[in-house]
Design a protein around this ligand. Structure first.
Ligand code: BTN
Length: 243
């Protein structure tokens, strides 16, 4: 991954640039990366604050030959890979909040945005957007985000070299992705559970079918989060979760 890189000093968002490149035939592993985003995109239409020179703002093109139904597993795969890479380099206790927020002490340090194009029932390409707060300082976030976000530097009490983190992430992603294509989702499911932030706790999920409350007990073989309510187990496919 990262054999071909398009690097920008500043862009609105790396996501549309990666889509454009993918449509033009970008090879698997092509990477769009920037120092600063003026209109960084988060999940669910949110804004992603991407200040200059202090984070990793990048989008990776993947071309897995998998059905669309398996696509959510790619997001889980990415959260596992980024967690492992960041843990290895920083030694910090990074945990995953379902489906793919990375947290330290309950505060977000990384968000992953998976966007894809499918044809028939197959994935044509995936754009995996990753935003990592590396050396972002507390004063950067607007008031309402102050309690929710953190950075590796704030948590670790030192700054980190972004290039070292990027290298570690791309290497880890490539290895885990190859494992996923040959061995399937199960090894990733096990790792994900190991790093999960909220297994065993009661959570409330907002789903398209309404609100569901239950104890988070793990991931099912497809990647859905399993909530237990008494003797009933409810799979949650995609939602916003409150702990
Ligand atoms: C989230 O809401 O948690 C996902 C945030 C994803 C942010 C990254 S930064 C690089 C890429 N470009 C974007 O505009 N968004 C993603």
């Amino acid at each position: 991954f990262g054999k071909e890189i398009r690097y920008w000093r500043q862009v609105a968002s790396t996501q549309p640039l990666a889509h454009e490149w993918a449509r033009e035939g970008a090879a698997e592993g092509s990477l769009v990366i920037t120092e600063e985003q003026t209109q960084g995109r988060g999940r669910l239409g949110r804004i992603w604050h991407s200040p200059p020179y202090s984070g990793i703002w990048m989008s990776l093109v993947l071309r897995p030959a998998i059905p669309l139904t398996q696509a959510p597993q790619l997001t889980l795969m990415a959260s596992v890979a980024v967690t492992r890479a960041l843990r290895r380099v920083t030694g910090l206790d990074i945990r995953i909040k379902w489906p793919n927020d990375l947290l330290i002490d309950g505060k977000k340090i990384c968000g992953i945005l998976t966007e894809l194009r499918g044809e028939q029932d197959q994935v044509q390409y995936v754009v995996l957007g990753m935003g990592i707060n590396v050396n972002v300082t507390p004063d950067f976030w607007p008031e309402e985000l102050k309690g929710k976000g953190t950075s590796l530097a704030i948590a670790g009490g030192r700054t980190y070299r972004r290039v070292e983190l990027i290298t570690a992430i791309l290497k880890e992603l490539e290895g885990i992705y190859e494992g996923f294509l040959t061995h399937g989702f199960e090894p990733i499911r096990i790792l994900w559970e190991e790093y999960a932030a909220m297994l065993g706790t009661t959570i409330r999920a907002h789903t398209p079918h309404g609100e569901v409350t239950g104890e988070a007990i793990g991931l099912d073989p497809t990647g859905a989060l399993i909530l237990r309510q008494g003797d009933t187990k409810i799979p949650i496919f995609s939602s916003d979760i409150d702990v």
